[in-house]
Write a protein that binds this ligand. Structure first.
Ligand code: UT7
Length: 349
């Protein structure tokens, strides 16, 4: 999106609910080292991750999305929404979308419901989509859920990816309001470069593979990532995107109280913060406890920051994400005055 984007003409989208949920089962680095050619120290020092949560057999992305969505609605003080967006790379099935069943299970049948796919950038794309629905007058309250179950697509014997990813869901509620209210989201910067589609893939299950008529191989059925190349793109694209929204809003880097990046790898997060000349202490990170949870990672990090009483009304936030596609995006917001109500404890312990 060009940086001369004039912004929405209608009502602004204002944050009024937030929650995260991770499945109870924990996989530690030691658990992984027991079955893979890796060790606890390598994982911790190269990624910042100590443990992650994974689903039980039979549990699907929608199950996590419903838990996070219900808690987010509750935290907003109202159980209603007229649109439900689920952003995910691991939908329950290729068809139908996951959002309608999530909406129905939350008692929101009748609401507009659809999925957004932008891999690990999904939450920022979803925020922009929700803001667009509100600005266009299509919806007054939107429930946006980022949910992923990477444990269902990563080959458990792939040491490059099995160590990074975890399962989880995070959700926010946005209501129609004014652009100058605290909690209003925007401006946004969104971008993509499909020339690098092969860096992050699940080759099988879509029309490209199915139209061949051939049975997919083991590798094609699983998530694949060229980690080192992705790493380099992640740092440069996230930093550039962050700079674009800061410039659009007229904020200086020092105006940012909390940098909330997609939790890809702690080293990536710190490199982006360093590149932006942001003190690392302003970086909100819970990757240690949850790993990389894809589209869930930003709202899960926010939920944990709220539970730790780290975010104060009026604080300025910079959200930045990067993912397969390639895709990237950033958004600014201020922390709302009243809701979302803080949760009693971190969701991810
Ligand atoms: O969510 C958005 C998209 N994803 C990301 O942004 C993730 C981006 N990538 C990464 O986070 C990192 O590239 C990884 C964590 C995937 C890998 O870390 P790295 O520091 O880039 O390691 P590497 O791939 O350069 O490998 C370094 C060495 C290699 O050994 P040699 O060739 O130097 O002897 C690997 O074979 O580490 C080896 N290695 C491992 N060793 C122990 C790779 N994975 C492991 C492992 N345990 N799990």
């Amino acid at each position: 999106m060009p940086s001369d984007n004039p912004g929405p003409a209608g009502p602004a989208a204002v944050l009024c609910g937030l929650a995260g949920w991770v499945p109870p089962r924990v996989v530690t680095n030691d658990d992984l080292a027991a079955r893979l050619d890796t060790d606890e120290t390598w994982i911790r020092t190269r990624t910042g991750i100590r443990r992650r949560h994974v689903v039980e057999p039979g549990q699907a992305t929608s199950d996590l999305a419903v838990e996070a969505g219900r808690r987010a609605l509750r935290s907003s003080g109202s159980e209603t929404a007229d649109a439900v967006i689920v952003t995910t790379t691991t939908p329950d099935r290729p068809c139908p979308a996951t959002a309608p069943v999530v909406a129905a299970r939350l008692g929101l049948a009748g609401a507009a419901a659809f999925d957004v796919g932008a891999v690990c950038t999904g939450f920022v794309y979803g925020l922009a989509t929700a803001a667009g629905l509100i600005a266009a007058g299509v919806a007054r309250r939107v429930l946006l859920i980022g949910a992923d179950t990477y444990s269902t697509v990563v080959d458990p014997l792939d040491r490059g990816n099995a160590i990074i990813f975890g399962d989880g869901a995070g959700a926010v509620v946005l209501r129609a309001g004014d652009a100058d209210e605290s909690g209003a989201v925007g401006p946004f910067d969104l971008g993509s470069d499909g020339a690098h589609e092969d860096l992050v893939t699940i080759a099988a299950g879509g029309s490209r593979q199915r139209s061949t008529g051939a049975e997919p191989t083991h590798a094609e059925r699983h998530f694949a990532m060229r980690g080192k190349e992705v790493y380099r793109h992640a740092v440069t694209r996230m930093a550039a995107s962050a700079r674009t929204v800061l410039t659009d809003a007229g904020w200086k880097t020092d105006d940012v109280d909390h940098f909330v990046p997609h939790q890809a790898n702690l080293r990536i997060l710190h490199s982006v913060a360093d590149d932006l000349a942001l003190p690392r202490e302003r970086c909100v990170a819970n990757i240690e406890a949850v790993g990389n949870t894809g589209a869930a990672s930003i709202p899960l990090a926010l939920a944990d920051a709220v539970a730790e009483r780290r975010l104060r009304p009026g604080d300025r936030l910079l959200l930045t994400a990067f993912g397969g596609g390639l895709t990237w995006g950033s958004c600014l917001t201020t922390w709302p005055e009243s809701a979302p109500r803080p949760q009693p404890e971190r969701t991810t312990r």
